[in-house]
Design a protein around this ligand. Structure first.
Ligand code: GLA
Ligand code: ZN
Length: 662
């Protein structure tokens, strides 16, 4: 287990470093991330490299047993660079040039910026590529913004488009340019999506710009990864994702990386631990293997305003929640709050005074002792799941590039289903178009406007072989050019779901339309945002609309269709959490997925498995500040306390249990 902290030695007098390193060791830390914002300190003026301070910092830390992760510092270019080359500055959607003075103000497509990137990354890699204390690298920092519309981007977009379509006849047809007289007769006429200040650029062009910019970001990252792989020995390369950042396809980027990591700040969402869980599971999904939390919150944060400090035991709970979802590295952000700069009141393990009396230092120190105890049991374990959620950045772009699709917020609809699964205490994994689905019993595909033959075949095969598949409203309405299908909705998915849709509508007033169901459940649920009116062919209705015009016309709201050895479910509406809870519980039962354990709401239950022995470790995490109960079916050893436990057991506020069945 890698356990450590993000440290900025450049912010503190060198005389303090040794004391910091010793205190880190005392806390049980073994890993430190350094340098991801230290460009101006490493290259003070163009070509003047100064590594001796970083050498000494690495040495001081490794003398206390720390292993080092080095960040490449490209998220914050030094002022000499942007002064000499203002053309590297990004241009935002409103055509404003982003000036220096903050961070992330460069364009990933700038050739000049790419050259400077190559130089700084190569020089760092040459310097530390065979340093045996350096175990790995982080590229840049939280890539994904700003989306840029500068002249370099325009030029590269044009060549990307030319390569994709070959000739203008093809482009005109795939972009539907006969609409409003957009037919292009020369490549130079092609605009960027923000060229016209009115909202609503051509949805096909806009989707292509999203694809192009995603590719550009992935390419920019790969430029760094390739240098690091070439110039270093036995060191891995990762990136610290913000998993839901929509502007590039994280699954694509992860293919180039050895490890996925994410930055985890739960305070803002502590009312919804489901979101934290989803962040972990999505990061796991990017590479389908254990991940690191590269920045784990452990204090108050600087956001719009200062966020509340974690309550006693809460940061410990966050740590175990991360591990429960498959983290094998936990790095707290940050060691000590900086006395200056934008984040001077962003907390850390220590307070500004650097004293070991910091309550968080004491809390984390005790976590360090605990981790030593459970290290053996966790090592080599991973997360497996019977239930998957299909996640696609591209499907989200299709929604974003055409505002009249439906009021669906991609993440919200994903979270509606994820939250119900989270509360049902089952492991969930996120899968992408490239994933092998064969391990899954149940796959939920919350928003899927665009389909093509191969995607439909992938889903049909999954169901044919016995899987349960769920699609939701507005599925299959488009092709990958962002054009509406000419088939009856849900287009190419009609056979699989055994339904036809001839009417649909956004829902503005609630509860204008309600749904009744499911089997034996005497409840009604309000339709929210949208209704697809389902007309079952081979399918049968699982829940009918029971109020409002779709009810008068006898439409179904949710259907179930036997297809091959499996079942395809279609949910034609968005509703309240009660609907998702009941629907998901029906789906789990039908597809034979059992909860790991049952407990009060607010108690999270997850498991990790040792793939060699098949042994399972069950994590029970109380996300709340109140005592909760969990029903232990059988006899268990609790690893943190080494006690035997069974029956209806109390979990302390923010408490954690790690259980081994005996
Ligand atoms: C991000 C960044 C960090 C820091 C934190 C503050 O995740 O990666 O550099 O700014 O936010 O919460
Ligand atoms: Zn640009």
């Amino acid at each position: 287990m890698h356990f450590g902290v993000d440290y900025y030695p450049e912010h503190w007098p060198e005389e303090r470093w040794d004391q910091d390193a010793k205190m880190m060791k005392d806390a049980g830390f073994n890993t430190v991330r350094l340098a991801e914002f230290a460009w101006s300190k490493i290259e003070k003026e163009e070509g003047e490299f100064e590594f001796s301070w970083l050498d000494r910092a690495i040495e001081t830390l490794s003398n206390q047993g720390m292993e080092i992760v080095l960040g490449t510092p490209t998220a914050a270019p030094p002022p000499w660079l942007t002064e000499n080359h203002p053309e590297v500055l990004a241009v935002n959607e409103d055509k404003q040039v982003m000036k220096p003075g903050h961070r992330r103000h460069y364009c990933v497509n700038s050739d000049i910026y790419r050259e400077y990137t190559e130089t700084i990354v190569s020089r760092m890699a040459e310097r530390y590529g065979d340093n045996d204390r350096v175990i790995g690298w982080q590229t840049d920092n939280e890539l994904g913004h700003p989306v840029c519309y500068c002249e370099d981007c325009r030029e590269k977009f044009l060549s990307w488009v030319r390569k994709k379509y070959g000739d203008l006849t093809e482009l005109n047809s795939r972009w539907g340019t006969t609409f409003w007289s957009h037919e292009y007769t020369n490549w130079s006429q092609i605009p960027l999506p923000n060229d016209n200040p009115r909202k609503g650029p051509n949805p096909s062009l806009h989707l292509d710009y999203k694809r192009f910019f995603s590719r550009s970001t992935v390419e920019y990252n790969k430029l760094q990864v390739d240098i690091l792989h070439k110039e270093t020995e036995n060191q891995w390369v990762c990136h610290n994702f913000m998993p839901h950042f929509p502007n590039f396809d994280h699954f694509d980027m992860a293919e180039d990386l050895d490890l996925a990591t994410w930055d985890h700040y739960p305070t803002e969402i502590r009312e919804s631990y489901q979101e934290v869980g989803a962040g972990h599971d999505l990061t796991y999904g990017f590479k389908g293997k254990p991940f690191w939390v590269m920045e784990q919150q452990c204090s108050y944060l600087t956001r719009d305003k200062l966020t509340p400090a974690p309550r006693p035991g809460e940061a410990r709970m966050w740590t175990y929640q991360s591990i429960a979802h498959g983290a094998e590295g936990i790095i707290y952000f940050r060691w000590r709050p900086c006395r200056f700069g934008d984040e001077q009141f962003h907390g850390g393990v220590l307070q500004h005074d650097g004293s070991p009396k910091s309550p968080m230092y004491q809390e984390i120190k005790s976590v360090g002792r605990e981790l030593e105890k459970i290290e053996g049991a966790i090592s080599g374990t991973k997360v497996e799941a019977d239930v998957g959620i299909y996640y696609s950045f591209e499907q989200n772009w299709s929604m974003e590039t055409y505002r009249y699709h439906s009021p669906t917020d991609y993440k919200k609809e994903i979270m509606n289903y994820y939250s119900a699964l989270f509360d049902a205490n089952v492991n969930v994994k996120f899968v992408s178009r490239k994933s092998d689905l064969k391990e899954l019993k149940l796959l939920i595909v919350p928003v899927l406007p665009m389909v093509d033959e191969s995607l439909v075949t992938k889903f049909e095969n999954f169901v044919q072989r016995g899987g349960s598949l769920v699609c939701t409203y507005r599925a299959g309405i488009k092709d990958f050019d962002n054009h509406v299908t000419e088939k009856t909705f849900p287009g190419r998915l009609s056979d699989l779901f055994g339904i036809e849709i001839h009417e649909f509508s956004p829902i503005e007033e609630k509860p204008e339309v309600t749904l009744a169901g499911f089997e034996d459940v005497e409840k009604t649920y309000p339709a929210r945002d949208w209704v697809d009116c389902l007309q079952p062919n081979e399918a049968r209705s699982l829940a009918d609309y029971d109020e409002g015009w779709p009810a008068e016309k006898g439409y179904a709201g949710v259907t179930e269709n036997n297809y091959g050895d499996g079942t395809a479910y279609y949910a034609g509406l968005s509703s309240n959490q009660d609907f998702y809870t009941d629907f998901v519980s029906y789906l789990l039962e039908q597809s034979g997925v059992e909860p790991i354990l049952s407990g009060d709401k607010g108690v999270e239950v997850r498991k990790r498995i040792n793939p060699e022995t098949g042994e399972e470790l069950i994590f029970v995490v109380n996300n709340s500040s109140k005592s909760k109960y969990v029903q232990l079916s059988g006899e268990f050893e609790e690893l943190l306390t080494s006690k035997a436990v069974s029956g209806n057991d109390e979990v302390d506020p923010f408490g954690v249990m790690i259980l081994n069945r005996v």
